[in-house]
Design a protein around this ligand. Structure first.
Ligand code: SF4
Length: 427
């Protein structure tokens, strides 16, 4: 398709204030720009326009599917695959159900995209036409071309060899943390996948083997990343923050005078030393996800006992952590009023134990494909009753809390299971 400069649009179909911290667009931006004659244009729902003949969307959230349709319409790009441009997608939503949006895309990238992406660009360079290109890439594992082949997933063999997105552009006003939640941070991904097998989570299906970046590689990434981007803060990305070298990673960041934040903590891996390191890194809030009471938690194969959460809170008290965020779910399979009462008891104990401020987030459980609960029905009526009960009890305890929208969760459930996007219904 010609020898001149090739352009690609990599699209985050939601607001830029979240999109600048999404790793997927950064990965593809770096890969494309590091190949001779390629130029990547980052586009967000609220900034930039689609102008290349190769357009790739990362679909991180089910509701973004609506935004994708809007963006294509707004940019006068036909929704039909007979259009001139080549429009493709990847990301967690596509990986979990490649069929929902397949009518709108010429191809889908499944699994980890890094290795296959540069091959796709090379094939594009040498292809005579759109048809020729699609036929050629359909022979590659991890590329699903609807109508030509069947979905297959490809994964990188050695995590350390996967190119890291070192260049992480941020807008000029990124220091405004009201708008850009992580401010001027460098994103550091240390692991992929999760060694736990919670029945409700698609993560163990997606990454059948958890991958840890080596400490040596992480140090190298940090050194280069903060120098190239002139950052003094690091945000650690990982599903469960169980990297065997997690303490040494944090110590290394401290030795470089970097502040940092860590994701939600698995309570059973927390000890006083880890909590102190997190506090030393400047983090004031820790997040724990008990999900529900202990009895039900074990049934859904999240094996953390209540005691681990209470211990974590005591460690937090001994450090300078000021806030505790707790995540719970309603609408879980088999969840009864007895479970909700036990959940309230746990929250009460944690509130009594913790010296700082507590915040509780309650989310309707959305059954996802590729989990043991895929067939569980989203019961709006029952979830509403559970939400009402918890709201009343938490108000009595004077615990700050928020219950996420049940209507939105139901919409996400419909899209996640839809055979075609039309089945998901209107926005
Ligand atoms: S819910 Fe968290 S701990 Fe459980 S499998 Fe998923 S990522 Fe791992």
């Amino acid at each position: 398709m010609g020898n001149s400069i090739k352009n690609i649009d990599i699209v985050y179909p939601n607001l830029k204030q979240g999109g600048v911290y999404c790793l997927a667009p950064l990965i593809f931006y770096n890969i494309a720009n590091n190949i001779k004659n390629w130029n990547c244009n980052l586009v967000y729902l609220d900034e930039g326009r689609l102008k290349s003949s190769l357009i790739g969307f990362t679909v991180q959230y089910e509701l973004d599917c609506y935004n994708i349709i809007d963006m294509l319409n707004k940019n006068n790009i036909s929704l039909s695959r007979s259009r001139e441009q080549i429009v493709f997608a990847g990301g967690p939503v596509i990986n979990n159900n490649p069929h929902t949006m397949e009518d709108f895309f010429d191809f889908l990238v499944l699994g980890e995209g890094e290795e296959i992406f540069s091959k796709i660009l090379k094939i594009y360079e040498s292809s005579r036409s759109k048809d020729d290109f699609l036929k050629k890439i359909s022979t590659k594992k991890g590329v699903y071309v609807p109508g030509i082949n069947e979905p297959s997933y490809s994964y990188s063999k050695n995590f350390d060899d996967v190119p890291y997105p070192l260049e992480q552009p941020l807008p000029k006003d990124a220091s405004n943390t009201r708008k850009y939640v992580f401010g001027e941070s460098f994103i550091l991904e240390i692991e992929r996948g999760c060694p736990f097998m919670c029945k409700f989570c698609p993560m163990p299906f997606f990454y059948q083997k958890v991958k840890y970046r080596s400490l040596k590689k992480i140090k190298k990434i940090v050194d280069l990343g903060i120098r190239i981007n002139k950052r003094t803060k690091v945000v650690i990305y990982s599903a469960s923050f169980v990297h065997p070298e997690r303490k040494r990673i944090l110590k290394y960041l401290l030795s470089k005078n970097l502040s940092f934040s860590v994701p939600s903590l698995k309570a059973e891996i927390v000890d006083q030393e880890l909590m102190n390191l997190i506090a030393q890194g400047g983090q004031k809030t820790i997040t724990l996800a008990p999900e529900c009471n202990e009895r039900l938690r074990k049934k859904i194969a999240k094996m953390t006992g209540d005691m681990a959460f209470l211990d974590a809170v005591r460690y937090a008290n001994n450090s300078i952590i000021k806030n505790l965020k707790l995540y719970f779910m309603i609408g879980l399979p088999g969840q009864t009023t007895k479970d909700l009462k036990e959940t309230i008891k746990l929250i009460k104990k944690l509130k009594t134990e913790f010296a700082g401020r507590i915040y509780v987030s309650i989310n309707p459980f959305v059954p996802k494909l590729n989990t043991l609960f895929a067939g569980h029905k989203f019961d709006k009526v029952e979830i509403k009753q559970q939400a009402k009960f918890l709201k009343a009890e938490l108000s009595k305890l004077s615990v700050r809390h928020k219950i996420a929208s049940i209507a939105t969760a139901e919409k996400i459930w419909r899209i996640a299971h839809a055979k075609t996007f039309e089945f998901a219904g209107k926005r």
